[in-house]
Design a protein around this ligand. Structure first.
Ligand SMILES: [Zn+2]
Length: 314
């Protein structure tokens, strides 16, 4: 393959001069197959960074051609089950099947160490017996958990990841992430209702990846649970306000939750409040964030064969 050109973007160094982003899963906790659980992967300077591990995270990675054993840094926005239920599979299978050879680093809010301890307890059988016959290195099943509060969580080799508090109602603490590399800024909203801290961190960013939830007026009138859930998420109208205030160069929607509304309704409700650019995200969508932002649809061929991975990638 010619490494000087990738998807129409010139590469003038050994490693890509742009960030690569995959929306692995863009769904709600519901069981849609076309939108699996929430999960987003980035590749910055040859290193992978995984954000949230909803249902089928590993499956989607495989479908995108990602070498899952090399994904060693995982960041959790909050500990709601739909953001972490794909972690045990990713942790265990990417070790003994795909031969992860170094410990998995899991960065998450308060409670993450307890989550990791519980996951180890759940898989006590594998931890006891697999090392007796599997060929994967034992280091690869180890986990290094780090609990964070608001502030810089990761700062290595010019890549900075900052966690910032958002408002997810009673589900606290809940964070979004601001990722900076090579002068580019990508922001992940996490789960939140409209929140000025998010607007502040997303202002002027290159790419905002934002969750959205919408219900019909009838559903809201008839269903108390929907009313409660909607309050802790961002409505299309609130998202339009975020875009008007933060003005990201591009916004992609993910973690799509709907109650008796269509995705078309969501788009048109946002569009009625803003002229800023945004698009509906889909599972396996790939985005290149460089001097320009290029979006490749889910049906583009898997690109793993032309991944350029740093020798010291982790
Ligand atoms: Zn949540």
């Amino acid at each position: 393959m010619d490494h000087t050109l990738y998807r129409g973007v010139h590469l003038n160094q050994e490693l890509p001069s742009f960030a690569r982003v995959w929306l692995l899963g863009t769904g709600s906790p519901s069981l849609q197959v076309c939108r699996h659980g929430i999960s987003t992967l980035m590749q910055l300077r040859g290193r992978f960074f995984l954000f949230d591990t909803g249902r089928a995270t590993l499956q989607r990675m495989y479908e995108c051609g990602i070498p899952a054993a090399q994904v060693r840094n995982v960041f959790i926005t909050h500990l709601h089950s739909d953001h972490i239920c794909g972690m045990p599979d990713f942790w265990m299978t990417a070790w003994y099947v795909m031969h992860r050879s170094k410990p998995l680093r899991i960065y998450g809010p308060k409670g993450t160490e307890r989550f990791v301890a519980g996951m180890k307890e759940m898989h006590h059988f594998d931890l006891d017996v697999r090392p007796k016959y599997e060929t994967a290195k034992i280091e690869g099943v180890q986990i290094e958990p780090t609990e964070f509060e608001e502030g810089v969580v990761y700062d290595e080799d010019g890549i900075t990841i900052k966690a910032f508090l958002v408002d997810h109602g009673p589900a606290t603490p809940a964070y979004g992430f601001r990722i900076e590399c090579d002068g580019k800024v990508i922001v992940l909203s996490g789960d939140t209702t409209y929140n000025t801290n998010l607007v502040q961190h997303a202002t002027g960013c290159d790419l905002l990846i934002h969750a959205v939830a919408a219900a019909s007026d009838r559903q809201l009138a008839e269903n108390e649970i929907t009313r409660r859930l909607i309050k802790n998420h961002t409505s299309p109208e609130q998202l339009a306000q975020v875009l008007e205030e933060a003005k990201p160069k591009m916004t992609l929607l993910h973690h799509i939750s709907t109650w008796r509304v269509t995705e078309y309704d969501i788009l048109s409700r946002i569009r009625s409040g803003t002229h800023q650019p945004f698009e509906m995200g889909h599972d396996r969508m790939e985005i290149l964030v460089g001097d320009e932002i290029k979006i490749f649809p889910s049906n583009a061929p898997a690109t793993g064969e032309d991944l350029i991975v740093s020798d010291h990638a982790d």
